[in-house]
Design a protein around this ligand. Structure first.
Ligand SMILES: N[C@@H](CCC(=O)N[C@@H](CS)C(=O)NCC(=O)O)C(=O)O
Length: 231
């Protein structure tokens, strides 16, 4: 397997966590290192990540995660009960389909460029949609009776794979996470799992940011906003 991604590519980070959790070896290819035009030739959708497998390209992190789960069911990324599986998927999709698309790099670039919005206005946009998105997810965990330490019980699920990159991005944009203690606690539990740590941006060869390391943050360091790159 070959994963085309970028260090801070949140959607690719979800896939990296899944591959590490399942112990699947893969080659990591940083998209910015490709020759001009090569990325669109590889992936017509043009967004990261894409997985090359069996000589074919699969785009979209959700499709890639489903494929990985079907090909390598152990350890599972979903609980056994169908209703519980639906709840985990609903949590993950709230991030992947509703929250992340409003705040990713190309949206912020369009706000800054064609729409001429200032950095302060764009930060306000980001934080607004984070609050709209994370509040209901915190409430979902508050109502859940499955316990922790992860979002939905004792094992990481697709929900955690989506939560960790999202909260990392929220910290980059100095969002106030204090209203979301359950989300923050699940994120902290994930940080203690080696597969999550191995998938973190700082572990990748193309990481060039100025953020403190993911692990240093976990140890209590102050998050700072990094430069450039995707969200
Ligand atoms: N729905 C897609 C989203 C992919 C996506 O938005 N990727 C972002 C980075 S996280 C990207 O490639 N951005 C490039 C850009 O905005 O220029 C997925 O889940 O794979």
């Amino acid at each position: 397997m070959r994963l085309y991604s970028q260090a801070r590519n949140s959607a690719g980070w979800r896939v990296r966590i899944a591959l590490h959790l399942k112990g699947i070896p893969f080659e990591y290819v940083p998209v910015p290192g490709l020759p001009p035009g090569a990325w669109r030739d590889i992936n017509p959708q043009g967004l990261m990540p894409a997985l090359e497998i069996g000589g074919r390209i699969v785009a979209q992190s959700g499709a890639i995660l489903e494929l990985i789960e079907e090909l390598h069911p152990d350890p599972p990324l979903l609980p056994p009960d169908p209703l519980a599986r639906a709840e985990v998927r609903a949590f993950a999709q709230a991030i992947a389909a509703d929250l992340h698309p409003l705040n990713n790099n190309r949206v912020r670039k369009y706000l800054a460029g064609p729409l001429g919005r200032s950095p302060a206005e764009i930060d306000g946009w980001y934080r607004h949609w984070v609050a709209v998105g994370l509040g209901p997810l915190e409430e979902t965990l508050r109502r859940s009776d499955v316990g922790g330490p992860f979002c939905f019980g004792a094992r990481p699920t697709l929900a955690d794979l989506h939560l960790v990159p999202q909260l990392y991005n929220c910290r980059r944009f100095a969002c106030d996470l204090s209203p979301y203690p359950r989300l923050v606690a699940a994120d902290a539990a994930c940080r203690r799992v080696e597969a999550f740590a191995a998938a973190a941006p700082e572990r990748l060869p193309d990481f060039t940011g100025t953020d403190p390391s993911w692990l240093a943050e976990a140890a209590g360091g102050e998050p700072r906003r990094g430069t450039g790159e995707t969200g």
